[in-house]
Design a protein around this ligand. Structure first.
Ligand SMILES: *Cc1c(COP(=O)(O)O)cnc(C)c1O
Length: 334
């Protein structure tokens, strides 16, 4: 069976770097949405909470149920608010605010320029009035940057907009609201961090997506993907391997089948430009649903231990490579 191995040492190395950057481990919210970017939500929640992380971010109530007992608060990004002291809910439009139940902890998401989710700055006063009139529980106010990982002035104007948001909220008579705007990229590039919380996903998993002129902190990928040998055969020169027979042997070869495929979330890609696995060997022919062929007889092979390299091969980002890995793959801590 294919296995995902999670390096506890590398995770703790990354958390340490991030805590130094934010000033405190209490200011880091572990972003665990989408099965912890494919790493395994329960496992990562346990490891991060053991290390001392007190805040989490998930996408749904279903995910919250799996992890919220381990944290002081879990922010749910996209689900219906319920009244639970361990959970807070992102509210991204006025309509949702009007429907929110009394008592539920709400975190107002403000659109400072990404134009994906969030109430507009010119709706903020209306939102604060609804909160007061309906006696709602405002726990936080936050935003999300659209270009924190790009070397441009984009980030600066969005940050200025969020400062304006803070001023408006502080002028209202609602107090004890937490403010947060940073994701991994913006925390890594910021010179002095002063907000209440940073929502950190990809950096915790070991990837720095910042371009080189911006600060480079050494992070270590925590996930490696492994597959086991299921069978081995000797092929003569000129024989073909897999669907369509795309790979033709140029010599006699000993080839094994390993138990991972696109059904596990490994990208199928193009057999004319195969992925080179960690051992330096190419995948031979097409990736099947549950199998690949490799010129090896090892009992277990490492497919990759750095999703960023794989992402480059498939012309995507590290996030997609790991998030694509299915929950059926066994996860273990190293
Ligand atoms: C996913 C997400 C994050 C984490 O982003 P990274 O780039 O992985 O650090 C932070 N905030 C929100 C609102 C998100 O949706």
């Amino acid at each position: 069976m294919a296995t995902i191995k999670i390096s506890k040492n590398n995770l703790y190395h990354n958390l340490n770097k991030l805590a130094l950057k934010s000033g405190s481990k209490n200011k880091i919210a572990a972003v665990l949405k989408d099965n912890a970017y494919g790493h395994g939500i329960e496992l990562i929640a346990k490891l991060t909470s053991d290390w001392g992380i007190e805040q989490a971010v998930v996408v749904s109530n279903e995910e919250a149920t799996k992890v919220s007992h381990l944290f002081k608060n879990t922010l749910v990004l996209n689900d219906t608010p319920i009244n639970n002291p361990k959970l807070s809910y992102a509210i991204t439009e006025i309509k949702a605010l009007k429907n929110a139940p009394k008592g539920a902890k709400l975190e107002l998401k403000v659109d400072t320029g990404m134009h994906r989710n969030g109430i507009l700055i010119n709706e903020l006063k209306e939102a604060l009035n609804i909160i007061k009139a309906n006696d709602l529980n405002l726990y936080g106010v936050f935003t999300h940057y659209r270009s924190a990982d790009e070397f441009s002035s984009e980030f600066a104007w969005q940050k200025a907009n969020f400062e304006e948001v803070k001023t408006i909220v502080k002028q209202s008579s609602i107090d004890e609201v937490r403010f947060h705007s940073h994701n991994s990229a913006s925390l890594l590039r910021c010179k002095s961090f002063s907000e209440d919380l940073a929502r950190v996903g990809i950096a915790m998993y070991g990837y720095n997506e910042l371009p080189t002129p911006l600060e480079q902190i050494e992070l270590k990928p925590i996930l490696s993907l492994w597959a086991k040998r299921s069978s081995t055969r000797e092929l003569k020169k000129g024989q073909r391997v897999g669907y369509g027979g795309d790979f033709v042997t140029k010599k006699d070869m000993i080839i094994s089948t390993y138990d991972i495929g696109y059904g596990d979330g490994l990208f199928r890609g193009n057999s004319q430009n195969p992925l080179i696995i960690k051992d330096g060997l190419p995948i031979l022919g097409r990736v099947s649903m549950d199998f690949i062929s490799i010129e090896s007889t090892k009992e277990e092979i490492c497919i990759f231990d750095n999703a960023k390299e794989v992402a480059k091969h498939f012309n995507t980002i590290s996030y997609e490579i790991t998030t694509n890995l299915k929950s059926r793959i066994k996860r273990e801590v190293q």
